[in-house]
Design a binder for this molecule. Sequence first.
Ligand SMILES: NC(=O)C1=CN([C@@H]2O[C@H](COP(=O)(O)OP(=O)(O)OC[C@H]3O[C@@H](n4cnc5c(N)ncnc54)[C@H](OP(=O)(O)O)[C@@H]3O)[C@@H](O)[C@H]2O)C=CC1
Ligand SMILES: Nc1nc(=O)c2c([nH]1)NC[C@@H]1CN(c3ccc(C(=O)N[C@@H](CCC(=O)O)C(=O)O)cc3)C=[N+]21
Ligand SMILES: [Mg+2]
Length: 293
Amino acid sequence: MTLLDGKKTSETIQDEIAAEVAEIKAKGGKVPHLAAILVGNDGGSVTYVNNKVLACERIGFGSSLVSYEDDVTEEVLLNKIQELNENAEVDGFIVQLPLPKHIDANKVLEAIDPKKDVDGFHPTNVGRMVAGLPAYLPATPAGILQLLKRYEIETKGKHCVVIGRSNIVGTPMSILMSKCTYPGESTVTICHRNTVDLAHHTRQADILIVAVGRPGLVTADMVKEGAVVIDVGTTRVPDATRKSGFRLRGDVDFDNVADKCSYITPVPGGVGPLTIAMLMANTLRASKREVYG
Ligand SMILES: NC(=O)C1=CN([C@@H]2O[C@H](COP(=O)(O)OP(=O)(O)OC[C@H]3O[C@@H](n4cnc5c(N)ncnc54)[C@H](OP(=O)(O)O)[C@@H]3O)[C@@H](O)[C@H]2O)C=CC1
Ligand SMILES: Nc1nc(=O)c2c([nH]1)NC[C@@H]1CN(c3ccc(C(=O)N[C@@H](CCC(=O)O)C(=O)O)cc3)C=[N+]21
Ligand SMILES: [Mg+2]
């Protein structure tokens, strides 16, 4: 079994980006700038946004964080998005999800200029991805592709089973794995809440990608011998032995599943750090006008 070291791979990618930023700076070019909008103070969201700011500092990007209380109005949010769309200093920005119920998340995501949509959530970027046109790929699926690629894992002709169909992970992941580029060329099955006999499907998987948010959902009996297992889940569970009072758990019963796998991602230190790295990669592409010219 080989552990897919997301932390190390993320550091490698960030080093590559940092080298390019140093070059841009040496030539007197514009320093890439990523902005984030955070609404409320959900622990996970705060951690993720803080990690993003740290990554920007490390790489040499400019960054800015716009924070609102969770009672912020949709109008205030849409005005801020307009402002960021028009601000030439900002190359890309994200609106951290989930948003409070009184805000229409789809309306907010559609207000982002697709050229600055480094999360790849705008319907224009989603459509371009599906059509195989240049697009910002959502960071988590893009990070998983990087892991498969950098560990030289064969995907062609493999049966890839994705559990979860969210717009940010499961759906784009399943589309990308079916594409006629590497990593891709897989035969893909998408499973969700209404899938009958989940284990029947997962046992067929050469590559199993789990993005649900239910700790321990995938047990050893659900995994084929020699499978590649990618665990996207990051759920905070109470842990009195930790100073923070919680620890992070994936969707896969790692201790029992690991022995059966050819490759597996840990949680933490797997997919999460790659998500950060690919958000940075998208921001660099935005500053270079790579997707839209
Ligand atoms: N590591 C990283 O970088 C990231 C981690 N995450 C984590 O990944 C997990 C998933 O995130 P996200 O996609 O946003 O979550 P969502 O809640 O948006 O989607 C979860 C999906 O899982 C499906 N599902 C729920 N229960 C079951 C079940 N028992 N069997 C099969 N499918 C089920 C849902 O089905 P249905 O559609 O029918 O409701 C849904 O499609 C979370 O733990 C999140 O924290 C997310 C993004 C990035
Ligand atoms: N607009 C938007 N874009 C997102 O990309 C987005 C989002 N909203 N909302 C929430 C999810 C979740 N997500 C994570 C990113 C990094 C880690 C990560 O770095 N995890 C570390 C641990 C971090 C920790 O210490 O808690 C790890 O798994 O090793 C986790 C989860 C991005 N998301
Ligand atoms: Mg969601």
